[in-house]
Design a protein around this ligand. Structure first.
Ligand SMILES: *[C@@H]1O[C@H](CO)[C@@H](O)[C@H](O)[C@H]1NC(C)=O
Ligand SMILES: *[C@@H]1O[C@H](CO)[C@@H](O)[C@H](O)[C@H]1NC(C)=O
Length: 441
């Protein structure tokens, strides 16, 4: 392109013209030879000029090409440099890639182990959740149980020991007053026979003595039988007191007054509960059982008749001349109100001791006839016993005043209690009656 450009257009046109001639007519060419030579000479000169111009142009083109080459060379050089840099970079990248692969593998492994760990943790979480749910459930059960136990084991007593002592003392003084009043009213009557009758005993008398003996014991009954009561109502008063003590003690302690068999079963169960369990538990058990027994029964039994029968037996044994039935009516007519006061006081104590106190067991204390006298737990009603003489202890004739004992289970022990007599029962001893009995003879 560049070359064609450098040759002038006129020369090209000439060559085309010559070629056209020679091809069109060979013959004609010969004729024109000389002419042609001539032309050729002039033409040569022109050609020479043209060649020089062409040469210059070529030279010019060459130098341009050379510049171009140099430029290309420079570019190639810079490209080679670029390639070198790129190669280096490639190597670097390859190294980095290798490193990345290694790191990738490490990460992949780590990922796998983490996945395993997560799986294990999920299992563990599930297990812990399950455990937790179970614990919560158990806690709820235990909480409910504990609430029950707290309610069950509440230690607060409704009554203090002093309250109960006061109630027993009140009962004792009521008993003493009605006994004295009744004894007084009977001994002053004509029907109270003077002297011991030697004639054969009636059935009624035998029955009365037998029943009196069950309550008062042989010695007391013997004294009643032989004593001259018109002169002194004291023995009959003591006998009345002893009867009331025996009955009220029974009322206070009874579990189920109406049925001796149920009474026996309940007290047996309580004895075992009391022996094995802690005080708070056995006390609460007793209080609850007694509370519900009361609700079950609904009414309080009227026990006046038992008491009246006992008085009748005492009076007949002492020689009072009257049929038992008539004597019963007489006593009911004259003393029913006061007897009821005694019974109510005893029933109140039944409830108070049975249901109002759980921190310990309180028991009314009554000493049965013929039990050896013990000054640490009893009081001599006449205070005649020589206190310091170590003689064989006398046997109790009868009890005139109830006592009160407090027992508290020793914590953690089986069948061991700490006992304390809060109020000593008053008892009559044979020696206490010596003066009275001998004086009356
Ligand atoms: C890393 O490894 C995973 C699994 O082997 C593959 O799928 C991923 O392409 C790798 N990545 C690299 C950058 O090598
Ligand atoms: C004493 O209380 C119990 C219930 O605690 C009762 O069953 C019993 O009958 C009561 N005794 C009397 C004489 O009321």
């Amino acid at each position: 392109m560049q070359l064609t450009h450098g040759i002038p257009l006129s020369i090209v046109a000439t060559y085309v013209g010559v070629a056209g001639l020679s091809m069109a007519s060979v013959f004609g060419a010969f004729k024109f030879l000389t002419l042609w030579r001539h032309v050729r000479l002039s033409r040569y000169k022109a050609d020479k000029d043209a060649a020089a111009a062409q040469l210059a142009s070529l030279r010019h083109a060459l130098s341009a090409s050379q510049a171009l080459v140099r430029e290309k060379e420079a570019r190639v050089g810079s490209l080679e440099e670029d390639v070198g840099t790129a190669k280096k970079r490639l190597e670097e990248v390859a190294r980095e890639l290798e490193l990345s692969r290694v790191q990738n593998q490490t990460l992949v492994d780590r990922g796998k182990s983490l996945a395993t760990e997560v799986q294990w943790l999920n299992g563990e979480t599930q297990r812990l959740n399950h455990d937790h749910a179970q614990t919560v459930e158990l806690l709820q059960t235990r909480t409910a149980e504990l609430k029950g136990a707290q309610a069950f084991l509440t230690k607060a007593d409704h009554l203090s020991g002093a309250d109960v002592i006061g109630m027993v003392e009140g009962l004792n003084s009521e008993i003493m007053q009605i006994a004295a009043f009744m004894a007084e009213s009977f001994v002053s009557e004509e029907k109270m026979k003077r002297g011991v009758t030697s004639e054969e005993e009636s059935d009624e008398l035998r029955d009365a003595r037998g029943q009196a003996t069950e309550v008062l014991g042989t010695n007391m009954v013997e004294l009643l039988r032989t004593f001259q009561h018109q002169d002194d109502p004291i023995l009959i008063q003591i006998a009345f007191q002893a009867c009331m003590c025996a009955y009220t003690h029974w009322i206070i302690s009874s579990w189920y007054f109406e049925d001796p068999e149920i009474e026996h079963v309940l007290s047996e169960i309580f004895a075992r509960v009391r022996e094995a369990e802690e005080q708070a538990i056995s006390g609460r058990w007793r209080a609850l059982t007694r509370t519900y027994l009361h609700r079950m029964l609904g009414h309080e039994p009227d026990m006046s008749m038992y008491m009246v029968d006992a008085f009748v037996n005492v009076l007949i044994t002492a020689g009072y001349q009257e049929k038992p039935a008539a004597l019963q009516d007489r006593i009911m007519n004259d003393f029913a109100g006061r007897i009821r006061v005694i019974l109510q006081a005893a029933q109140r104590l039944n409830r108070s001791i049975g249901e109002g106190v759980t921190s310990c067991d309180l028991e009314a204390l009554y000493i049965a006839p013929s039990v050896p006298y013990d000054p640490t737990t009893m009081e001599d009603a006449f205070e005649t016993t020589p206190k310091d003489k170590a003689t064989t202890p006398e046997k109790v004739l009868c009890t005139t005043d109830l006592g009160l004992v407090r027992a508290e289970k020793v914590s953690g022990a089986v069948g061991e209690w700490q006992e304390l007599v809060l109020l000593k029962p008053k008892v009559v001893l044979p020696s206490g009656l010596d003066d009275i009995v001998s004086g009356g003879e």
